[in-house]
Design a binder for this molecule. Structure first.
Ligand code: IPE
Ligand code: IPE
Ligand code: MG
Length: 252
């Protein structure tokens, strides 16, 4: 694979976990007088670029928002095409992901999917479960509010069964029951397509994430777009409530 877009200067401050709202596929297609679906298909190439760069920089985790719990509101035809694209991509790419040492995780309310799709998801996850080069998490039928609600329900059940007491409910205890709790929280959030909103993505997990918005549409993001986002991330001072002076002293 050609690596002409990958910068040769070593990067110092890299995120461990990058979370992305891949937005703008429909507008990309519309600009070209193509059906919206052509944008979703072309967007897959940006997914491949990002995965390649994450491997190159040894980034631990990449989470991609592929279908939100609100996306069911789209025309039936588009929902069907998106589901098909997800299923085909899963089938087509899982071997390659496995060969590259990538662990695949699907997060979201998968109960809504056909038994066939649920089985394919489980197979892909179990095939790749021991891989360590990169965790690729794909959020499908995911909603941040759903995620927090599920965690709350699980805590309530644990209290009801006597396993824990109400006073054991802490931010950590709730966080442990959320999707992706096995990963570090996202360091960098990227949204393409120009919109500056979270759209019910990882609400809890993004509490201290650096946010990056770009007008680039998802199919045109590719390696160059990701490099620019990494540059922006590297230039930020993460203070986590402390003063800038404190952080500088710690870094010195
Ligand atoms: C993002 O692109 C992909 C999904 C939501 C599945 P859009 O389809 O939202 O593209 P725009 O926002 O209409 O351009
Ligand atoms: C968010 O994109 C969801 C995904 C990228 C999967 P949308 O395009 O659906 O977001 P809104 O509804 O415009 O905020
Ligand atoms: Mg959109």
């Amino acid at each position: 694979m050609a690596n002409e877009h990958i910068s040769s200067t070593p990067r110092t401050r890299l995120p461990r976990h990058v979370a992305v709202i891949m937005d703008g596929n429909g507008r990309w297609a519309k600009q070209r007088h193509l059906p919206r679906f052509a944008g979703h298909r072309s967007g897959l190439e940006s997914v491949r670029s990002m995965v390649k760069l994450c491997l190159h920089y040894r980034i631990e985790a990449l989470t991609l928002f592929a279908f939100s719990s609100e996306n069911w509101r789209r025309p039936k035809e588009e929902v069907g095409l998106l589901m098909n694209l997800f299923m085909t991509a899963l089938d087509k790419e899982v071997g390659k992901l496995h060969k590259n040492g990538i662990r695949l995780r699907i997060v979201g309310d998968t109960d809504a999917f056909s038994p066939e799709l649920q089985r394919r998801i489980a197979d892909a996850e179990s095939l790749t479960r021991d891989n360590t080069a990169l965790t690729l998490a794909v959020a499908v039928n995911y909603g941040g509010r759903w995620d927090i609600t599920e965690a709350a329900r699980s805590l309530a059940a644990a209290v009801a069964s006597g396993e824990i007491r109400p006073e054991d409910i802490t931010p950590d205890a709730l966080g442990e029951r959320l999707a992706l709790s096995e990963l570090p929280e996202p360091d960098l959030f990227i949204r393409t397509g120009g919109e500056q909103r979270i759209s019910n993505f990882l609400l809890w997990q993004l509490a201290y994430t650096e946010l990056y918005f770009t007008p680039l549409l998802w199919p045109e993001f590719r390696e160059a777009g990701f490099e620019a986002a990494l540059d922006s991330f590297a230039s930020r001072q993460r203070r986590f409530g402390k003063t800038g002076d404190q952080v500088e002293q710690e870094d010195a």
